[in-house]
Design a protein around this ligand. Structure first.
Ligand SMILES: [Zn+2]
Length: 604
């Protein structure tokens, strides 16, 4: 179905109705204004380089260098975002391709021009910094920024070693790079017969569509044929993954961290406890996943539930239809619980062309929210009239409102937010929508099925599956640190056991699933995926508080949005009312999952 949709004729960019496009003239009226700023940043580069060596001179010098750096960075972000959005709306335009490429190179040159700043800052002692704050109180506005660098002080090595490490970065990342090239370019996949009897060429993207097929022979064939390919390369892929794990372990040891996990999380100011709590709590609640799987088996009416039966819809392929206009109305209604001020900003987003709505030829696929301190938060969509897209709209709106609040309540240096907290704002909106729709359609069995199915699949794929990945990632790093060779057989065996533990006896752990580790690009991201799970769980809890709580809960939530990066991610979330170093937010999320699972069960 979606495969065919891709080949239909799309309009050219110039034929898209203007009210369905984003208004980038609010960034720059014309491209020549972009050129002016571009040139200004380029001129700043030399000046920034010349400030090297001044931080130790006086408090006034530190202030001058900090402000010069931030001012240039702020302008650069605006230049970059403009070029990126212009390019994404129609990637066939040479003019904007070039503009975007130039902006990328400008960003790289900016990075090189200010590379001296952190090492030089680290030469200032705590005593000297204390004196500086006395002598120049304006420096206090940047204290958290400096402290984030100082927090790394004891893990920074001497100059010669740092230089070797930086110079060898390409070599250290060879495992990741080789995996990427093999997976994206060199591997070739066979064809599979789709529901209509057509031969389609397998790829990662096609695979995930075929796995959702209502036709079991289609998804089974896709599953078997995909893993036939990975099977042939499993020893190579064990080697690329091992190289990556060894890279993390080596650097963590060298820098004096207890583990690669601690090194990775401390880069985002997240304590290891957050990770450990997630894995413990998910393990304590695996019976819920087993129940979900048993229900899936019953609804699909199969004798045996296989790993290739986990993605097909339980409620039929036909999604409820929502046009873009209807979706905006639903989103505004659902978000009423956030209070009039929040809603007024969502209206601004909807009414002032902050969204690029429909598909056109050569437009970038998918959906995102993007922007910077001095621009509106813009959203790119490729609209289709279905429930998924309604959720995408409210998800991206969550990101946009987060950006809006952070940039309107914080100075530039704290006007962004970390990855750890980013998905919480978007997923909270999704969960608010789920609550709203379940209430609205409480007497409509069919709609309730669709909504609960969407929610349960989301929870399974985000909380359970990403934690399974997180557990695997932690295990292989620990094993390597102990000297255990990560051979393909070792990885296969552990992955099969882990998979069996997660899904339980209700699923046939097909032999091929042992190989799943070999095709997941996220295993090269360095302890990244756990944030999807913690984010979803925190968002479930927050949405529950907002929908069923009072004004105080909403105010706390808005305080989180307003905080930007002015405090550590853990403290920012505490402001919202969730302590992510404790397990309660996870148990509450599981409770909501369980209630909805009960409700879904009753509908069949
Ligand atoms: Zn998102």
């Amino acid at each position: 179905m979606s495969l065919m949709a891709e080949t239909k004729q799309l309009p050219l960019r110039k034929d898209v109705p203007v009210e369905l496009t984003w208004d980038l003239t609010t960034i720059y009226q014309t491209d020549s204004e972009f050129e002016t700023d571009y040139q200004a940043v380029e001129n700043d580069l030399t000046a920034l380089q010349q400030l090297s060596g001044t931080l130790g001179k006086s408090a006034a010098d530190l202030l001058k260098a900090t402000e010069a750096l931030l001012a240039a960075s702020r302008k650069l972000e605006k230049v970059y975002v403009y070029a990126q959005l212009k390019n994404d709306q129609d990637t066939s335009q040479d003019r904007y391709q070039a503009m975007y490429a130039r902006s990328q190179s400008l960003a790289a040159r900016f990075g090189a021009a200010v590379a001296w700043f952190d090492p030089e800052l680290l030469t200032l002692s705590p005593k000297q910094m204390a004196d500086y704050y006395q002598q120049e109180p304006k420096l206090k506005a940047y204290q958290r920024l400096y402290d984030q660098t100082f927090a790394k002080r004891e893990h920074i090595l001497n100059h010669d070693v740092e230089e070797v490490l930086a110079g060898a970065d390409d070599i250290f990342s060879s495992g990741e790079k080789t995996f990427g090239i093999l997976d994206n370019t060199d591997l070739s996949f066979p064809s599979v017969t789709d529901e209509n009897g057509n031969q389609v060429q397998l790829s990662q993207g096609v695979y995930s569509i075929l796995l959702e097929s209502a036709d079991r022979t289609v998804r089974k064939e896709a599953f078997q044929k995909l893993y036939q390919v990975y099977q042939q390369f499993q020893h190579t892929l064990a080697s690329t993954l091992t190289t990556n794990v060894k890279n993390h372990n080596f650097k963590a040891r060298l820098r004096g961290y207890h583990s690669a996990l601690e090194a990775a999380l401390s880069a985002n100011e997240v304590p290891v406890k957050v990770y450990d709590n997630l894995i413990t709590e998910v393990n304590r609640h695996l019976d819920l996943l087993h129940r979900y799987v048993a229900l899936r088996k019953r609804i699909l009416g199969v004798d045996e539930l296989h790993m290739y039966d986990l993605y097909t819809s339980l409620v039929g392929e036909k999604s409820p239809q929502y046009t873009f206009d209807e979706s905006k109305k639903v989103a505004l209604d659902a978000l009423q619980v956030m209070g009039p001020e929040y809603v007024s900003h969502v209206k601004e987003e909807f009414n002032n062309r902050w969204i690029d709505v429909v598909e056109n030829r050569y437009k970038r696929s998918g959906g995102y929210s993007s922007g910077t301190y001095d621009t509106n938060p813009f959203i790119l969509l490729n609209w289709q009239n279905n429930l998924d897209n309604l959720y995408t709209l409210i998800h991206e709106t969550g990101h946009s409102m987060h950006s809006y609040y952070a940039s309107h309540h914080q100075p530039y240096q704290y006007g962004d937010y970390s990855i750890f907290v980013a998905e919480i704002a978007s997923t909270t909106n999704e969960n608010i929508l789920t609550d709203y729709l379940l209430d609205k359609y409480k007497d409509d069995q069919n709609m309730k099925r669709h909504i609960l199915n969407y929610y349960l699949d989301g929870f399974k794929g985000t909380v359970f599956r990403q934690t399974q990945f997180a557990e695997f990632e932690q295990y292989i790093h620990e094993q390597d640190a102990k000297g255990q060779p990560l051979t393909a057989n070792f990885l296969d065996d552990y992955y099969r056991q882990l998979n069996q533990k997660y899904y339980g006896d209700g699923v046939v752990s097909d032999e091929q699933i042992s190989l799943e580790w070999s095709r997941i690009p996220h295993f090269y991201y360095n302890f990244y995926v756990y944030q999807y799970a913690t984010g979803f769980a925190a968002a479930s809890t927050l949405a529950d508080k907002i929908v069923n709580g009072g004004q105080a809960d909403v105010d706390r939530y808005l305080n989180y949005l307003k905080s930007g990066s002015s405090d550590t991610p853990i403290n920012v979330m505490k402001k919202a009312g969730v302590d992510m170093t404790q397990p309660d937010y996870l148990t509450r999320a599981f409770k909501i999952f369980e209630e909805r699972l009960d409700e879904f069960e009753k509908l069949f």
